[in-house]
Design a protein around this ligand. Structure first.
Ligand code: URA
Length: 288
């Protein structure tokens, strides 16, 4: 019989398997496993300089860390890089609310106790910014600072997001920023499927009301939720994808950038695509 393994080793193996799953790797051969696990480098590849400033690491959402491999480049953005969703779409079952507004959505959320996240929250973090924004950024869920202030992306990852927005020639008030879940997950863990299922209809209504031209998913949680895929973000990061009549692009979460500043160049390339799509001036020498 196999020896039982310690809880900490089990956690490490689970984390490693999740990492591989994010890379689309699901089959393992036992004999090669041990060698491979210790061989895998987690260092991010060096990327071109970006105007996104260096910010020190802080208490970041744990789940914001994402795969380190360079995604495959393909010339045209396509939905077909994602497999068709199995089962009914989460969003098909969301009733369209007639004459919906952000205010109505906020009122419908109320003092929400629909999922377990309400137990640890201080404030619901609904969203912030221009209700008619052409550009919406979607993160995964509030952290400690957001939970205290009731505003999205106001902590250190938020400061970096603000700098990214400004590097695009915009201000926070020009865009809309929100999250997949509106209450802080404990210990900044990733939101769990039942929490995402409960909360994301409100996100969908927010997007339907705002009607942005472009949606930027910050990190895997937002991307996987909206695209209803289990594929790792590295498989479609930086690719334009059609989403309910809008254009969606997924990029790395700012918290991931705080830990992996080398990935800023990739994110900056993604943001330049967004700038071009919105008719904003893209710096010539950085055009890709
Ligand atoms: N990370 C997120 O995903 N959202 C926030 O609002 C803050 C940090």
């Amino acid at each position: 019989m196999a020896e039982p393994i310690s809880e900490s080793l089990q956690k490490k193996i689970e984390a490693r398997l999740r990492y591989h799953e994010d890379l689309g790797i699901r089959l393992f051969y036992c004999e090669r496993c041990a060698a491979r696990i210790s061989d895998v480098s987690t260092a991010a590849p060096a990327m071109p300089a970006s105007p996104i400033p260096v910010v020190e690491e802080s208490s970041l959402p744990k789940s914001a860390s994402k795969p380190k491999l360079q995604p495959e480049k393909t010339p045209t953005p396509r939905r077909d890089i994602l497999p068709p969703a199995t089962g009914p779409s989460l969003f098909e079952v969301v009733d369209r609310v007639k004459d919906d507004t952000l205010l109505k959505i906020r009122e419908d959320i109320g003092d929400c106790t629909r999922c377990k996240l309400h137990k640890g929250r201080h404030k619901i973090v609904f969203g912030d910014g221009n209700p008619r924004a052409e550009l919406v950024f979607i993160g995964e869920g509030p952290g400690a600072d957001e939970d205290m202030q009731g505003l999205p992306f106001v902590g250190r990852a938020g400061k970096l997001l603000t700098q990214m927005i400004e590097a695009m020639g915009l201000q926070r008030k020009d865009v809309y920023i929100c999250n997949v879940v509106k209450c802080r997950p404990p210990e900044n863990r990733a939101p769990e499927p039942d929490e995402v299922t409960t909360c994301s209809p409100y996100l969908l209504r927010q997007i339907d009301v705002i009607q942005p031209k472009v949606i930027v998913c910050l990190g895997a949680v937002a991307a996987k939720t909206l695209l209803e895929t289990t594929r790792g973000i590295s498989q479609f990061r930086g690719e334009w994808l059609p989403w309910r009549g809008r254009r969606l692009i997924a990029t790395y979460h700012p918290a991931y950038l705080l830990r992996n500043p080398n990935a800023k160049g990739e994110v900056w390339k993604d943001l330049q695509k967004v700038m071009a799509e919105l008719g904003l001036q893209v710096p010539k020498k950085n055009k890709s």
